[in-house]
Design a binder for this molecule. Structure first.
Ligand code: PMP
Length: 305
């Protein structure tokens, strides 16, 4: 990915993509203390716009706060940087990646005295779990890896270091022939996917794990809360067991990259009709209406670039 034309915003300025480099003694590269965001811009009916930009920027600042990193930029500057990157790379719809990290002044676990950096890159990225997955659902495996305990790594931070857990779970699932992993928390309750929140539908109601199961407070998860309310479908946050998913009528993942992706199978057990169910389809369709600017109620969630 490093060798391509384009611009990356790094520490306050747009620079050539190929020049956006860090030193090998970068603190974050060694100890994993850093935070990032995953944001999407859509080619809406009113032009290119970033979906829930402010909420993503707020979460980036919260992640940094949890990790005791003082970002040297304001939220307004970070919002503006994301718009600039989309514009500078002439992208109509894309994925945007802000990342903050600790510099290379010194090593040792304590980062004190090191500078804090921020970059924003953007590139075209289609359906994360595949177009086919969006339409017909994906096959998921309960991971042998446990999701982070809430008092080991901080689960409300979108921290760089949290993703070694996601990578292990995802690699295991792919090696075993599945599309994605589902992680359970340290007590054995359903937490989330390697990069997605999970929802199940049962008898007309929607259930999702509450955040004490160590799941990230997903912005798409929150969007689904609004959609369900509009559709008059109740959403309940509670502890969920893996076998509740086996016997659910429908299940789906949500995430900025994954959008709303139906799950058709967990651990080789077919869920419901074994393809996208009617409630998932309604939520998915309402989601795509919102992100593409076709629902005026949520126009304020779309920041024009
Ligand atoms: N959980 C994890 C572990 C994730 O990486 C993501 C993607 N950011 C999500 C949940 C979904 O969050 P969001 O909807 O804000 O993208």
């Amino acid at each position: 990915m490093a060798d391509r034309d384009g611009k990356i915003w790094m520490d306050g300025e747009l620079i050539d993509w190929r020049d956006a480099k860090v030193h090998v003694l970068t603190h974050t590269l060694h100890y994993g203390c850093g935070a990032f965001e995953g944001v999407r811009a859509y080619n809406t009916v009113n032009g290119t716009a970033i979906f829930r930009l402010q909420e993503h920027t707020d979460r980036l600042f919260n992640s940094a706060k949890i990790l005791r990193m003082q970002l040297p930029f304001s939220k307004e500057q970070v919002n503006e940087a994301q718009k600039q990157v989309v514009k500078a790379n002439k992208l109509e719809s894309c994925y945007i990646r802000p990342l903050t990290w600790i510099g290379s002044q010194k090593l040792g676990v304590s980062p004190k005295g090191n500078t804090i950096h921020l970059m924003v890159a953007a590139w075209a990225w289609g359906a994360y779990l595949g177009e086919e997955g969006l339409k017909n659902g994906i096959r998921v495996k309960t991971s042998s890896y446990t999701r982070h305990h809430v008092n080991i790594t901080m689960t409300q931070a979108k921290a760089v270091s949290n993703y070694s857990n996601s990578i292990l779970a995802n690699m295991e699932a792919l090696d075993d022939g599945y599309d994605e992993a589902l992680l359970l928390d340290a007590s054995g309750f359903v937490s989330e996917g390697a990069g997605e929140n999970i929802f199940v539908v049962k008898d007309g109601k929607i259930y999702t794990p509450d955040l004490s199961a160590g799941a990230l407070n997903g912005i798409t998860r929150n969007t689904v809360f609004h959609i369900a309310q509009d559709l008059g479908v109740e959403i309940i946050q509670k502890r969920i067991t893996r076998d509740e998913i086996y016997i659910a009528d429908e299940a789906f993942f949500t995430g900025t990259a994954a959008e709303v992706t139906p799950i058709r199978e967990l651990d080789r057990v077919q869920i419901g009709i074994g393809r996208r169910g009617p409630v998932t389809e309604k939520i998915q369709s309402a989601f795509f209406d919102i992100v593409n600017g076709r629902n005026p109620k949520y126009a304020h969630w779309l920041a024009k670039v």
